[in-house]
Design a protein around this ligand. Structure first.
Ligand code: ZN
Length: 569
């Protein structure tokens, strides 16, 4: 997911900055100047932040849900935009490790009226709470059971919107955005990111509307004035990534040939008045996909598709599996929001294929997707693009740790500090280990879920190093960033100059950060030298000899550290 500031103001700024930069750099660089302007913002307009806490999640996903494993959802949704209602018919096929379970706890908001419910084709009793339905089995559960729920109602708009009926130019438009735990506002499910399942999704609407969802389009069934679109996933999906969009879409499809010579269906969808602009904005996807295939490994949903569709969530974009939604106001025809598209595409490796084990691990989604933007630009335009992208993502962060950020689930702490932590990990372990870590982690956990500990385990296995200190200081325990002062003494000696260089850590968020640091030395005779040291204590002192006399020093010239260094008086 990606949030943006007001696009109108930023568009003007982009235009100004682009013009400025196009005067001094070649044109392809001009389009990426918006790195300097955009930052995800904490735009939680509809969010009841009190829900983003552990107590809510513990009640929403009680331990009783862990005895079940959902294998498959068959989701039939009929849209009735005139009355902002839906009619649902959902089957949940699941296994259990406790056949004697006294209840089956399914997430489903109580505004949805359950007409009938069946367990293995027999009517089943149930009790309702606000966000959970407790189904009461009459007998021992089979190895694999099917729970079928027929319902109707007006979906609630919670979180980022969850289920939205909109009207645009006199036409109806429907979209969903469930993240993190609002899928159950419109279909019954075990709404946990780590209970992935396969899904068949059937959307019925008036026949003049095109209905989109995850996976592959199997068929479009016409029935008088209605049309049903049947979409099917061949790869498991987390409930927060299941989506439907329905509107008067126009489409453009192309084929992408992958690095493994497979053919991927690549489709763009937009409403009539944005269609031409969308085709222009989305047209670089083959290059984005190729770049990530080269860095991370093959696109993980090859048998399905990759699609980008306009939707009416105007706060940004969302990485719904194989069908990224992009808010209309970010479609400009001028490629102003390339980073947003790159970010959402990268989530198909980080978030969709490898999904978080719990919401405490959300930085594994957003930190990775944000760093992927920098990796993309580095791949296209080299080290200076990497540095400028990372610089655009520094700044202040909310207090709190990267792991388990509580109510700051979608803050710049998670997006930008998350990206910086990967950048610093890369410096800590070196490029070849870092990219091996990414590829190994992807291969090991794709179509599954990973925790922060799982990621640490991969890092330690690949490098053969104990990285507990790194994960503690940047992810589990440390808050904020490095704040340090430095100073030096220069003493003439027989063979040149002896330098005594001191760095003192001052931050409150963590006692002693340990990190490699480059010090760039500028000499009297205009020569330069970069020396590397490793800081291991609150007060560090490094002594070395130089032939020429230094005139100044620059710490971390290539911006590998999330740190503020200032020269002490
Ligand atoms: Zn994101």
């Amino acid at each position: 997911m990606n949030f943006k500031k007001s696009p109108i103001r930023t568009a003007v700024m982009i235009a100004m900055v682009s013009i400025l930069f196009s005067l001094i750099v070649i044109v392809p660089f001009a389009v990426k100047t918006f790195h300097f302007i955009y930052e995800p913002v904490k735009l939680l307009t509809n969010f009841n932040k009190t829900e983003l806490n552990e107590n809510f999640i513990e009640e929403y996903n009680p331990p009783t849900q862990t005895i079940f494993d959902v294998l498959h959802y068959n989701i039939h949704i009929e849209l009735i935009p005139e009355s902002k209602m839906i009619k649902g018919d959902v089957s949940i096929i699941f296994t259990t490790n406790n056949p004697n379970a006294k209840e089956i706890d399914i997430n489903f908001y109580d505004n949805m009226n359950i007409k009938n419910a069946y367990l293995n084709d027999e009517p089943v009793d149930f009790k309702r709470e606000e966000t959970i339905v407790k189904f009461i089995p009459k007998e021992i559960l089979k190895d694999t059971s099917e729970l079928k729920i027929i319902y109707e109602g007006k979906p609630k708009r919670l979180g980022f919107g969850s289920f939205c009926f909109e009207n645009v130019n006199g036409q109806n438009f429907v979209y969903t955005i469930n993240e993190p735990f609002y899928a159950s506002t419109w279909f019954p499910c075990v709404d946990k990111p780590d209970d992935k399942a396969l899904a068949d999704i059937f959307i019925t609407n008036d026949s003049s509307y095109v209905s989109l969802s995850n996976g592959k389009l199997i068929e479009v069934i016409s029935n008088n004035s209605k049309k049903t679109y049947h979409w099917k996933t061949y790869y498991p999906i987390s409930t927060y990534l299941i989506t439907i969009y329905s509107g008067k879409y126009k489409s453009y499809c192309d084929k992408y040939i992958s690095t493994t010579n497979d053919t991927l269906q690549l489709c763009y969808y937009a409403l009539e008045d944005k269609f031409e602009d969308a085709i222009k904005d989305f047209s670089d996807h083959p290059r984005y996909i190729k770049t990530f295939e080269k860095i991370f490994g093959p696109y993980p949903f090859m048998k399905e598709k990759y699609a980008v569709a306009e939707f009416l969530w105007q706060n940004g974009a969302m990485e719904h599996q194989t069908i990224t939604g992009v808010g209309s106001r970010f479609i400009t025809g001028k490629k102003f929001f390339q980073d947003m598209l790159i970010h959402e595409l990268s989530h198909h490796w980080w978030g969709d294929a490898v999904s978080p084990k719990t919401w405490k691990d959300i930085w594994l989604n957003e930190g990775f997707a944000t760093y992927s933007e920098a990796l993309y630009w580095e791949y296209q335009a080299g080290k200076s693009a990497l540095i400028s992208t990372m610089n655009s993502k520094s700044g202040m962060f909310l207090t709190g740790t990267l792991y388990n950020p509580k109510e700051n689930l979608f803050s710049s702490l998670i997006y930008n500090k998350g990206a910086w932590v990967l950048h610093m990990l890369r410096r800590e372990v070196g490029d070849s280990s870092f990219f091996k870590i990414l590829r190994t982690y992807f291969q090991k956990f794709k179509y599954k879920n990973a925790s922060t500990q799982d990621f640490q385990d991969v890092c330690e296995k690949v490098t053969g190093k104990n990285l507990k200190f790194f994960f503690d200081q940047w992810i589990y325990k440390g808050t904020g960033k490095i704040e340090a002062e430095y100073n030096w003494d220069i003493i003439p000696v027989s063979n040149g100059y002896k330098i005594i260089f001191k760095i003192t850590q001052l931050q409150n968020g963590y006692d002693i950060y340990k990190f490699p640091i480059d010090i760039k030395i500028y000499f009297e005779n205009d020569e330069l030298e970069v020396k590397n040291f490793y800081v291991q204590s609150r007060e560090s002192k490094f002594e070395f000899i130089t032939k020429n006399k230094p005139v100044s020093f620059e710490l971390d010239p290539d911006k590998w550290l999330l740190a503020n260094f200032s020269q002490s008086k």
